[in-house]
Design a protein around this ligand. Structure first.
Ligand SMILES: [Zn+2]
Length: 390
């Protein structure tokens, strides 16, 4: 029998930990899991304990020399010059004990989610421990050691020859995944993110459209800093709908970073919980329409681990598990009581945010207009092609 949805989870996700004061904190996965458990929204039959990815699987995307370097770094046996060449031991991505094992566990989580969907065991699967979209073939970058999303896509390509649509709604450009499949016509990447003008990683320009045979299968929407819900959602919905119709994927993989929220300390977007209610709904709908429901959803960035990430990620599970429905009303008191003492900030008591959580943005109109122009420019080639075909 096919389950509607599966939730990949292990406490070992928390072993992916750079330092106590590092912004990337996998405690957010546990907070989300406990939030869902506190309201009986996740039953034990839906939870899958993930495997650890093998070296062969990691090597679907990453260079063997790089994997070897990460292994040596794990045991503190990597020389400094070499570590910098591989992007580890930096301020963003410091070396920690057993980092290879911890990173391979996140990859294993994503592959477990993919296996569950491809085997027909489940229609949709969620691995909030994954979504490390900045990892490159030979280099760690932006808190990401192994790029589980890219490994999973390559795994799908080799095992099933499916056309894969990758949708990245993290506030940062999904650069690692984009460059890895830049010349692959069977993998389409769409990333909506804050413009790289002032934000890491600096790429994700609208002109990055793919290379050689892959030209026309890479899409970027670099929205302005201070973009709000309405403009974010209109850009997301318009582009994703038209791109899906154009590309006709067999499966959708989403990276659901939750760092576009106004509370997030690492980005400058001004969205609220509304986008995290709407983003998964459209992915759900399009997966049903084009992919017989097949959808693998991953985590990603998200640095307000108390007020934003647990609510945002619990909503993805709600959509995945409840036929596109989101939670509304109050956050369970049991969960608030359990965590309020540990949280340095006041935990929100409702699922939905009021728009009054931030001051009105004076440049709202200008930003909205700029984003709309961008989307038109992005979709112009698809629309023209359609015109000729009619
Ligand atoms: Zn991010």
């Amino acid at each position: 029998m096919t389950n509607e949805a599966s939730f990949v989870y292990t406490e070992a996700f928390k072993n992916y930990k750079f330092r106590d004061d590092h912004p990337f904190n996998q405690k957010r996965v546990e907070l989300t899991y406990k939030l869902l458990k506190s309201m009986n929204a996740l039953n034990d039959q839906q939870i899958i304990t993930p495997r650890v990815a093998s070296d062969e699987e990691i090597a679907l995307v990453h260079d063997r020399k790089y994997i070897d370097a990460v292994k040596r770094a794990s045991e503190d046996k990597l020389a400094q010059e070499e570590s910098l060449e591989y992007g580890v031991g930096t301020e963003d991505t410091p070396i920690f004990e057993d980092m290879h094992q911890a990173a391979a566990q996140l990859v294993g989580g994503t592959l477990t989610a993919v296996d569950a969907v491809l085997s027909g065991q489940t229609k949709r699967a969620l691995n909030l421990g994954g979504g490390l979209h900045h990892g490159f073939r030979r280099k760690a970058s932006g808190f990401c050691i192994y790029n589980d999303a890219a490994i999973a896509i390559q795994y799908i390509r080799e095992k099933f020859d499916y056309k894969v649509l990758y949708v990245d709604t993290d506030a940062h450009h999904g650069d690692g995944v984009q460059w890895i499949f830049y010349d692959d016509p069977n993998v389409c990447t769409l990333s909506i993110h804050e413009t790289g003008r002032y934000l890491f990683p600096g790429t994700g320009n609208i002109n990055e459209r793919g290379h050689n045979e892959g030209y026309g299968t890479s899409f970027n929407i670099p929205i302005d800093a201070f973009t709000e819900n309405e403009s974010f959602l209109s850009a997301y919905k318009e582009s994703l709908t038209e791109i899906t119709e154009h590309f006709k994927p067999d499966i959708i993989v989403t990276q659901n970073g939750a760092d576009a929220h106004v509370y997030d300390p690492l980005s400058h977007l001004c969205c609220t919980m509304e986008i995290y209610e709407e983003i998964p709904k459209l992915a759900y709908q399009l997966a049903n329409e084009y992919c017989d429901g097949k959808w693998v959803a991953l985590g990603g960035g998200g640095y307000d681990i108390w007020r934003v990430v647990p609510r945002a990620w619990a909503q993805i599970w709600s959509v995945v598990n409840n036929h596109g429905e989101t939670f509304s009303g109050s956050i369970p008191k049991r969960w608030l009581d359990q965590w309020q003492n540990e949280s340095p900030v006041n935990l929100p008591a409702t699922w939905h945010d009021e728009s009054s959580i931030y001051e009105p943005i004076p440049r709202k109109e200008e930003i909205t207009e700029k984003n709309a122009i961008l989307v038109n420019k992005l979709l112009e080639p698809i629309r023209n092609e359609q015109k000729y075909m009619m």
